[in-house]
Design a binder for this molecule. Sequence first.
Ligand SMILES: Nc1c(NC[C@H](O)[C@H](O)[C@H](O)CO)[nH]c(=O)[nH]c1=O
Ligand SMILES: CC(=O)[C@@H](O)COP(=O)(O)O
Length: 162
Amino acid sequence: MATNLKNLSDFSHTTVPSGKPYKFGIVVAAWNAEVTGALYRGAYDSLIKHGVTEENITSVEVAGSFELIAGADLMLSNKELDAVITLGCVIQGETRHFDFICNAVANGIANVGIKHTKPVIFGVLTTDNQEQALDRAGGKHGNKGDEAAITAIKMAAFTSNL
Ligand SMILES: Nc1c(NC[C@H](O)[C@H](O)[C@H](O)CO)[nH]c(=O)[nH]c1=O
Ligand SMILES: CC(=O)[C@@H](O)COP(=O)(O)O
């Protein structure tokens, strides 16, 4: 597969605007904390690397990826933010619960962005196993948290130029 050939977090081929003018929220799920903690560090460090100030980053933790929906909605309802990053890790278990969670979370997060007309970034890993997740949380396939942060900065800049 194409994924095997590259680091999915390599943004050297793109131009990332300065994040200095913008305010960001990060909502991170506690489920699979080894993975989501790495996603959070990647996202936070990328925001800082691209000029976002510490006081312009608001972080909250929720129980699981399903709660990312409410977390993002409540954050945008209570704080003036330019974008919200959601971070989670859903790993397939024995039942179809994985399918219901993944579908609900993807659709729910998209709907929060539409409701608030604000960029809400989907930084949720949906993997077959923990190895695939760790590979995408600072491993050989990069860090989905980095990707989510860069996307948030790009979307905040896009929105501000409308
Ligand atoms: N199995 C995983 C979950 N499940 C929990 C749900 O996200 C939710 O907290 C629960 O259904 C109560 O509403 N969450 C993850 O983030 N990752 C999983 O692998
Ligand atoms: C994605 C989940 O909720 C999953 O990890 C739960 O595992 P199981 O399907 O074995 O109950």
